[in-house]
Design a binder for this molecule. Sequence first.
Ligand SMILES: Cc1ncc(COP(=O)(O)O)c(C=O)c1O
Length: 422
Amino acid sequence: MRSSLSVDKTPSRSGLDIAKIREDFPNLGKSMRGKPFVYLDNGATSLKPRQVIESEIRYYEEYCANIHRGVYEFSEIATEEYDSVRSKVARFIGAPEDGHVIFTRGTTESVNVVMHGWGRKNVGEGDVILISEIEHHANYVTWQQLAQEKGARLEFIPARPDGSFDLSGLDALFEMPVKIVAVTAMSNVTGYKPDIKTIIDTAHRHDVPVLVDAAQYASHHTVNVAELDCDFLCFSGHKMCGPTGIGVLYGHERMLADMDPYMYGGDMVVRVKRDTSTFKPLPERFEAGTPNIAGVIGLGAAVEYLQGIGMDAIAEHEAHLIEYTLSRAAEFPDLVSYGPADHSTRGGIFSFNLGDVHSHDVGSILDQEGVAVRTGFHCAQPIMRLFGVPGTVRASMYLYNDTDDIDMLFEGLDKVRGIFNR
Ligand SMILES: Cc1ncc(COP(=O)(O)O)c(C=O)c1O
C-alpha cells in the first residue's frame, strides 16, 4: 500500500545518502522470514557498520593484549588505541577533560555507578529524588532502590497524559528537599525529548545536581555536556552503532571528585598496604579490572563513523521520518499512537496499538513480513501505567531507515488488520 501524503517521501531534507549508508551495514542485506529485512528496533539496539566490526576484528587479530600493563609493543598499541577512544568520546560529547569520561558496560551501569558512588553518600532519610514517570527502568528502579535503602522518597516531574512534561510548576518542586534530579533526554517509548536545559538550569538554581539519561538521545543528536551544564550524562555504545557491553558515564569534575568507586580491584589503585589502599585519579579509579578493550575500540570506531556522517544530519533525517510516520498513522483510524502529537518534540520513535489487537500479535505478524519491531512495555512500566495499557508496539528508527521501511511497516499493519478482520 503506497501513501498519498503531503509529507515528502524522499529525498530526506538532511541530504544524507541513505542508500550509500545502508551499504555499510551487513545486516541490512539479509532477509528475515524470507522477506527483505526491515529493521525498526533501533531503540533496543542499533545495527553495526562494517567499520565498527572490522575495528574489533583488527584488535583481536593484530594486536590483542591487555592494556596499561604490558611492556611489549602490542600492549602499547592496545593501550594507545583504548586511551585515544576516551579523547574521541570526550570530544563527541563536548567534555572539557578526557578524565571526565568513564567507561562502563552501558547506561544501566552508568546510572548504578552514580547511585552507589554519589547517591549512597549524599542521599539520606527524608530526602527527595526527583525523576519522572517516563523513565526507563534503568533510571527508575535504581533510584527507587536507593530511596528504599535510605528512607528517602521518589517524586516526579509532572507528565501530561501524552507523556510530555508540564514544567510550569518545576521551580516549586524544589521546595521539597530534592537531592538529585535524574531524567531522560529522550523517552524510549515515545521519543519525546523534554526541555532538559530548563530542568538543569532550574535544578542548579537550587544547587541540585542533574543526571541525564541520554541512552536514546546521544545516538541521534549532537550532545554538548559543557553547554548543557549537566552533572552526569549516561549512554550506551550499542545504541549508537557500537558494540554491546560498552557505555559511558560523563561526570562533572565536582561530582566525580565527591564519589566513591563502585568497584574495587586491579588497575584502579596506586598503593595497597596491609589494611588500606589509595586510588588512582580520574578516570581509572572508576574502572577496576580488565575493561572491555575490544568494546572501547569498537565504540571509538562508532563515534568516528557517526561524526563522519554528522549528528545534526542524522537528527534531521529522523525528524523527517517521524513526521512521515505520524502522517501515515493518521490513515489508520483504529491506530492509537502514544506521545505528543507535535512531532518537533520527538525523535524517531513511534509507539502504538492497533485496535484491541495484542502488541505481541502485531509484532509476530510483522515478523512474518520481515519487519522487526519491539513489543511489550519496553522496560518502562511507569509510562505504560500513565497510558493505561500493558504494552505497545514500538517502531524505532535510525540513520539507515528510509520512508520505504515505514511503508513496509504500514503494509504489515494492513496484514494485521486483514487477519483480525478489522
Ligand atoms: C532511555 C533508556 N535508558 C536506559 C536504557 C538502558 O540501556 P542499557 O540496556 O544499554 O544499559 C535504555 C535501553 O533501552 C533506554 O532506552
